[in-house]
Design a protein around this ligand. Structure first.
Ligand SMILES: [Zn+2]
Length: 233
């Protein structure tokens, strides 16, 4: 996936191309007609790299229908990818529908991680309690908030003025997948060779260090760093 994803926005000179996925220069041309007044300012936009064209109407990318949304992470569970693809299919027509569907995708991912019978807000709290980094939780919450906003009549976060927010949600869902699925999988594969007895010793060391720190918090005395005798540092 393109690392420096920048959502497409009308009249923007640089963004991530909806066709080739490369961040690059975009050339714009407003469509005109000698005979008929054209409403909603239809425009063509051409990627400088791949030379392919997107069609814009009323400030939205109509073709391709994905609205420039990147493809889903292959590491997402199949049901989550299905929600994501559905959101992508409508992104060029309805940002609100896409935002609501991405919220469903994230909720399905939480069910995959936590099991059912919670609302999304509780799911995210539980993931943090289980050790999820707060930076990653913030990405979950961003998708939750925009999705909630899209499903209510009052636009509380200015989705109409900042349509690129929805495009950014697609990127966020893939970043979440990277943090909670791809990276842990890669880390597990890269450290799978550590022998079980060493894993047991590491776990005991960590427990001991945590207990020591907790005791020092209770007593107000700084923990001393005495390495285990007879072990490599
Ligand atoms: Zn391109």
């Amino acid at each position: 996936m393109e690392e420096d994803y920048s959502p497409p926005r009308e009249d923007e000179e640089y963004f991530t191309c909806p066709h080739c996925g490369i961040f690059g220069e975009q050339q714009w041309e407003e469509l005109t007609s000698g005979e008929f007044p054209l409403e909603n300012h239809p425009k063509l936009c051409r990627c400088w790299r791949c030379k392919r064209i997107s069609l814009w109407f009323g400030g939205m990318m109509i073709i391709p229908a994905t609205g420039g949304a990147p493809p889903p992470s292959p590491d997402l569970p199949e049901s989550v990818r299905a929600d994501y693809d559905e959101a992508r299919a409508v992104a060029g027509r309805s940002r609100r529908a896409a935002a609501a569907l991405l919220r469903v995708a994230v909720e399905n991912l939480c069910i995959h991680l936590n099991g059912p019978q919670r609302n999304l807000d509780e799911h995210i709290g539980l993931l943090v309690a289980k050790g999820l980094a707060e930076e990653t939780a913030e990405m979950f919450d961003a998708v939750r908030l925009v999705g909630n906003n899209a499903a209510h009549p009052i636009d509380r976060i200015g989705l109409d003025e900042r349509p690129e927010i929805v495009q950014t949600l697609f990127w966020l869902v893939n970043e979440i997948a990277r943090d909670v699925i791809t990276r842990p999988k890669q880390r597990a594969a890269a450290t799978a060779w550590i022998p079980p007895e060493e894993r047991a010793r590491i776990a005991a060391r960590n427990r001991k260090a945590i207990e020591k720190l907790e005791r020092s918090r209770d007593t107000g005395v700084e923990p001393t760093d005495v390495p285990d005798q007879g072990k490599d540092a």
